[in-house]
Design a protein around this ligand. Structure first.
Ligand code: NOJ
Length: 556
């Protein structure tokens, strides 16, 4: 594998609306991020992904972009952004932006011009198609519900395609002119000093431009989820992604992390290998086990054994081709501690033990804001407390499917994206120290106890543990091992223990955590010194005793 500047680094994701508000309008902003750079530096992260801050009508909280080269005034100005880049650079933090180019916003100039002249240049940047027999061109269902087709305003039988909300028209990647415009835009950000991009929903660009009908899926509305088309058109997406790599990213040594679901074992190298489509892709293996049915309300609760199996499946697949990016959660998911751990570990002990496991896996781990505090899911009491368009739509579908309001609320309390979008709790004081105004979204209920100020003072806090984990990865004696060493699952007789071994030449390191109710004793050949632990653990010779809820890192 070729060595790259991002190998061995830890990344952090900011959801800007909820990170830190510097001007009291209740919404996080760029100056707020600048103010908290020392916090991020102390955590030790070296790559910072900022979810979209571009000009947007915010139908999908910024994932609907109206101008790719402008900062939305809600977040500040381009000068603020330049300052952020410069200050981050001084601290050794590389900034990556969100690249949302499967679709733009219906407020983007391109789409406005396309609608004004459906036979003009900009119309060819989108998928405009005639309806068939008075119906939409085909039966694909959008990710946020309804048909992927809506009528072009003012037209009787002309539709445009959107795999997400109707305000997010899909861009036609088959058009080389459009691709050139996208590459120019990317280069413009790279020229500014951005180090790379997280690439949004990008497999959705793999389309069959003839838009055939698909066999209806189990949802029973005669439609088929649009992902079915993408799954059949991976090669189309790869063709475009390879061009983008060769044209803009590889020559600039830019780091890219793809939002890619449903990888096949036999083509992972095409995605993360030296010549792959991306530098890395997120590991969504566990999340996909939760959501493995086509209905949102039909999710599975994983056992630790199932969670473990998903983690190591991804690790095995990536072992010979490149790095994946281990994650516990992001802005599209419930909090990982609430989602993956049994209720008895929905606490600091569980959060620390899960952090130990995920942060030291082989790959480029991403911490999502608040994860380093052990934040849990929100207890939502009413549908009115939700902000996300997906939550609102899925609630409607739950009711339509026959669930009661209480049952529908329970589904959202397990699955909603809003869990991760509450303001970051900086203090236990008013509005969790996030804003001097009224926060745009409700606070997570535990903020009086779970906040940065409190955890900063407590040597046993989740935050301090995360700081130690990130620091461990940088220790000169372990850096090569933790970056390039192999990662193999260690079998144990315990259902709820996760254990693995990192090895490089003669170096060995074990990582273990016990999410069960009972003590566990593991035999770890070659284990010698404990370098980190949480909870009650003991190393006697090469035997490791783990109390319930504890974790350890042992070097040989
Ligand atoms: C994935 C993003 O993470 C999510 O927040 C967004 O709604 C969709 N892509 C559409 O851009």
């Amino acid at each position: 594998m070729q060595q790259q500047w991002w190998h061995g680094k830890t990344a952090y994701q900011i959801y800007p609306k909820s990170f830190y508000d510097s001007n009291g309008d209740g919404i996080g902003d760029i100056k707020g991020i600048i103010a908290k750079l020392p916090y991020l530096h102390a955590l030790g992260i070296e790559i910072l992904w900022i979810s979209p801050i571009y000009k947007s009508p915010f139908v999908d909280n910024g994932y609907d972009i109206a101008d790719y080269q402008a900062i939305d005034p809600t977040f500040g100005t381009m000068e603020d952004f330049d300052e952020l880049l410069a200050r981050a650079k001084e601290l050794g933090i590389a900034i990556i932006m969100d690249l949302v180019v499967n679709h733009c916003s219906s407020e983007h100039e391109w789409f406005k011009r396309a609608c004004a002249n459906p036979h003009g240049e900009e119309a060819s940047y989108f998928y405009f198609r005639e309806g068939v027999d008075g119906h939409a061109p085909n039966n694909l269902r959008a990710n946020f519900g309804g048909s992927v087709w809506d009528k072009v305003p003012g037209q009787d039988n002309l539709y445009y395609c959107h795999f997400f909300a109707k305000e997010q028209p899909d861009l036609n990647w088959f058009n080389p002119k459009l691709r050139q415009k996208i590459y120019q835009m990317i280069n413009w950000w790279l020229d500014k000093g951005v180090a790379g991009f997280r690439i949004d929903a990008i497999m959705s660009i793999g389309k069959d431009p003839t838009f055939p009908n698909y066999t209806p899926d189990a949802l029973g509305d005669g439609m088929c989820a649009c992902g079915a088309m993408n799954a059949q058109c991976n090669d189309v997406a790869t063709r475009f992604l390879q061009e983008m790599q060769a044209t803009v990213f590889r020559p600039r040594r830019a780091f890219t992390v793809g939002e890619v679901f449903s990888l096949q074992e036999d083509n992972l190298a095409d995605f993360i290998g030296d010549e792959g489509n991306f530098s890395t892709i997120f590991d969504f293996g566990p999340r996909q086990c939760v959501c493995n049915h086509c209905a949102y309300y039909a999710y599975d609760k994983l056992t630790i054994a199932q969670y473990r199996a998903a983690l190591f499946k991804s690790q095995r697949q990536a072992a010979h081709c490149g790095f994946i990016a281990p994650v516990i959660e992001n802005h599209d998911e419930p909090r990982g501690v609430s989602c993956y751990l049994p209720p008895m570990w929905h606490n600091a002990a569980g959060a620390k033990a899960l952090g130990t496991i995920i942060m030291l896996l082989r790959g480029i781990p991403f911490i999502y804001q608040g994860q380093e505090l052990g934040m849990l899911n929100v207890q939502f009491n009413s549908i009115d407390e939700f902000n996300d368009l997906q939550s609102v739509e899925e609630y409607r579908r739950c009711l339509q499917h026959g669930l009661s309001k209480t049952e529908a609320l329970a589904v959202l309390n397990a699955q909603a994206r809003d869990h991760a979008r509450t303001p970051m709790p900086w203090t236990g004081g008013a509005q969790a120290g996030f804003t001097l105004g009224q926060p745009w979204m409700r606070l997570q209920q535990d903020y009086p106890q779970v906040n940065v100020a409190a955890q900063d003072k407590d040597p046993n806090s989740v935050l301090q543990h995360y700081r130690r984990l990130v620091a461990l990865k940088k220790e000169p004696s372990l850096q090569q091992l933790l970056t390039y060493g192999s990662c193999e699952e260690v079998d144990t007789p315990y259902e709820a223990v996760i254990c693995y071994r990192r090895t490089l030449d003669s170096q060995i390191l074990y990582v273990a955590a016990n999410f069960g109710e009972w003590d566990a004793t593991l035999h770890l050949p070659g284990a010698r010194t404990m370098s980190l632990s949480t909870g009650k653990v003991q190393l006697q010779g090469d035997k490791l005793h783990l109390d319930p809820g504890s974790s350890a890192v042992i070097v040989g």
